[in-house]
Design a protein around this ligand. Structure first.
Ligand code: DSN
Length: 429
């Protein structure tokens, strides 16, 4: 068969974009070669609806083995009693949880998208806001942090059945113990969506949600540095408190309800090639080197945040506990759109982002979000973060000057050429 050069030429260009640029999108990372090898393997050819040992297709003995390995390694990584590794994405994982624990029209409470939350936590344009009654909590204007007393009062007023914590743009850790106490007081289940910080949590560098939350979901491709995908976990199994039954009218343990909410509830055949890659990534995350990597992610984010503050940028909440930061650009007379578009001209990738109490539309925004998982995978350290902020600051100051931007782009390309792209070549000690 003739090789499809049309597609592979484009893939090569994307590779060069990744190699030559500075990747600061907080939700992105670079996987190892062995994670890519597993994703691009024959496992993609196999149908395997069902769970290991209970499939609707023959010939599943080997995909059963990789899926079991993924489950076993994931449970070990987070100290979970139960896990499902089949969700195709974080959005699919959250959809399955809601299908398992709620009836249409039930009230949910999540972190406001415009304050840094996620679409699937109740946004009106998402299934979660269309099928359920969404209510929200947010951050305080002055502190940029969640006020748990206000959250509690809000939960008592709205009486959600599902309280969701987790965010796409919140640079502070979460008080899961307090959230569980609030959930218990209003009779809600507590879901932690740890998609962003899951690698840092697996490395025991942030609070542990597994001890306090009924259900935990995550993506696998952000700080966890695996293939694109989703997972669902529980610290311990329990009986669904809302009396929901399976189609036969039987009360089932939550694990069974969640399994059937993934398949057949919201998905068909699992992506066994991605599950094999998840198993590889979870194996990598169990190594001591991964903890060193995660520690560097946080050190880099804190060094980057401090340098932005030094240069007069306004960080929401003033700094970061994790891998990310959200910057309000209004004090620099810039929009998020202008910043994103300027930085892409110098091969620096960030994303424009709403800031809490934003007065601009989501297509313009007043903020930019940055994160350090990808640059840390390339082996960059604190002093490199200072250099990166200098490059960003200079680019934004020169946004109307194409010659200056061309020069900075050359500098960015030279700077990154010292750092290899993929995980296995990274020094983490
Ligand atoms: N909200 C996306 C992000 O954090 O980039 C993920 O869905």
């Amino acid at each position: 068969m003739k090789r499809d050069t049309q597609v592979f030429d484009i893939i090569e260009k994307e590779k060069q974009r990744q190699v030559n640029g500075l990747e600061l999108i907080a939700s992105e990372n670079f996987v190892s070669q062995q994670v890519m090898d597993a994703m691009g393997s024959v496992m993609t050819n196999k149908y395997a609806e069902g769970l290991p040992g209970k499939r609707y297709y023959g010939g599943c003995e080997f995909v059963d083995q990789t899926e079991n390995l993924a489950i076993q390694r994931l449970k070990e990584l987070f100290g979970a009693a139960w896990a499902n590794v089949q969700p195709h994405s974080g959005a699919q994982a959250n959809a399955a949880v809601m299908l398992a624990v709620l009836k249409p029209g039930d009230t949910i409470m999540g972190f406001d998208l415009s304050h840094g939350g996620h679409l699937t936590h109740g946004s009106p344009v998402n299934y979660s806001g269309k099928l359920y009654r969404p209510t929200f909590y947010g951050v305080e204007k002055e502190s940029g942090r969640i006020d748990y007393d206000k959250l509690e009062a809000n939960a008592k007023k709205e009486q959600p059945k599902l309280l969701i914590c987790g965010a796409s743009a919140y640079s502070r850790d979460w008080d899961y113990e307090r959230l569980r106490s609030i959930a218990d007081q209003v009779g809600a289940l507590l879901l932690a969506d740890i998609s962003h910080p899951s690698g840092l949590i697996a490395s025991k560098l942030l609070e542990d949600p597994m001890k306090h939350c009924h259900i935990v979901t995550s993506t696998t491709h952000k700080t966890l540095r695996g293939p694109r995908g989703g997972i669902i976990m529980m610290g311990q199994d329990f009986e669904n408190p809302f009396g929901l039954t399976n189609p036969k009218g039987q009360i089932r343990p939550m694990s069974a309800l969640l399994d059937s909410a993934v398949f057949p509830g919201t998905q068909g055949g699992p992506l066994e090639h991605v599950i094999a890659a998840k198993a590889v990534a979870f194996g990598e995350a169990l190594q001591p080197e991964f903890r060193s990597y995660s520690a560097q992610v946080i050190k880099n984010a804190q060094a980057m945040a401090a340098e932005f503050v030094k240069r007069g940028y306004h960080l929401i909440s003033g700094g970061t506990d994790n891998h990310s930061m959200l910057i309000d650009l209004r004090s620099k007379n810039l929009t998020g759109k202008e910043a994103e578009n300027t930085l892409i001209q110098v091969d620096i990738t960030v994303n424009k982002n709403m800031v809490p109490f934003d007065d601009k539309s989501p297509f313009v925004t007043s903020g930019m979000r940055l994160g350090t998982p990808a640059v840390s995978t390339r082996g960059m350290r604190e002093s490199d973060m200072v250099k990166i902020v200098e490059l960003i600051d200079e680019s934004l100051k020169q946004k109307e000057n194409p010659d200056a931007l061309a020069e900075i782009k050359g500098e960015v390309n030279r700077f990154v050429s010292a750092f290899p792209l993929f995980a296995e070549s990274v020094a983490t000690s």
